[in-house]
Write a protein that binds this ligand. Structure first.
Ligand code: FES
Length: 278
């Protein structure tokens, strides 16, 4: 489905430097295991020279997340921490010969883990998200991270922000704030919401089916899950959720909410998602 480069496929199929470093002196952990990608990066840094002697990782994520983490460990081995701190998410993507635009958030996760590991080595605290600054509550992305990624990658649209951070890719409730940040940084108007025409029953069923297949399922499948459309009865949509994220009730409720909000945004605000019984 995704157009991966040979290098991405190679690093995904034969990831380098997988595992823990027991005596690591720089450890960075980012992402969430509950319902998405997560990455833990271990660095062994010579305290005298500041040179990265060894880098290893553990990850829970899609092919791009594994390939990005593998590439990152190869890139930073032998670097000084000053050199490593200048590695950008774009450097990781370029090392792999590019990543699909929709998967750029995996390279961002790598850069964040590196930042966290270096901060850990230096004994610095990485500021925790404060609820007030969290813009995207579906993917727990705060304003500071959004601003950094928009500036660093010269992002111009909400869609690009979603590709790089996942923010805006769930219920869409944070889209106005993402536009505000884009407008603030770029001094331009980000894309405007589109008025949706009223639909017949047949049109609505078709759009629900298409939205699940083209917008919702690919995101869930990329993270090891899946969704099965079972039935549509008026505005009630019966689905089955599969995969790692559907394993616990909290994550399942979040997934269900994301699916419902996405269909409400893309199709009709009266839609309800109901989990189909077996
Ligand atoms: S709050 Fe950002 S997508 Fe739901």
């Amino acid at each position: 489905m995704w157009d991966y480069t040979k290098s991405v496929m190679d690093h995904f199929s034969n990831p380098r430097n997988v595992g823990k470093i027991e005596n690591a002196n720089g450890v960075g952990e980012v992402g969430s295991l509950a319902c998405g990608d997560a990455l833990k990066l271990y660095l062994k840094i010579d305290p005298e020279t500041g040179k990265i002697e060894e880098a290893r990782f553990q990850t829970f994520g899609c092919a791009s997340a594994i390939a990005s983490a593998s590439a990152l460990t190869e890139m930073v081995k032998g670097m000084s921490i000053e050199e490593a701190s200048k590695v950008t998410n774009d450097d990781i993507a370029r090392f792999l010969g590019g990543l699909p635009e929709q998967k750029m958030h995996c390279s961002v996760m790598g850069r964040e883990a590196l930042e966290a590991a270096i901060a850990n080595f230096k004994g610095e605290e990485i500021a925790e998200h404060e609820d007030a600054t969290v813009i995207c509550k579906c993917f727990w992305v705060d304003e500071q991270k959004l601003r950094e990624v928009v500036i660093e990658n010269k992002l111009k649209t909400v869609e690009e922000v979603t590709h790089y951070t996942k923010a805006g890719g769930g219920c869409g409730g944070c889209v106005p704030d993402i536009k505000r940040i884009l407008n603030d940084i770029n001094g331009t108007k980000a894309d405007e919401p589109v008025e949706k025409p009223r639909m017949t029953n047949l049109q609505r069923i078709k759009l629900i089916t298409e939205t699940i297949e083209t917008k919702i399922a690919p995101i869930l499948r990329a993270d090891g899950g899946d969704i099965e459309l079972v039935d549509i009865d008026g505005y009630d949509v019966y689905v089955k959720l599969h995969g790692a994220c559907a394993g616990c009730s909290g994550a399942k409720a979040t997934l269900q909410k994301i699916v419902q909000e996405t269909l409400r945004k893309e199709v009709d605000p009266d839609i309800s998602i109901i989990e189909a019984s077996k």
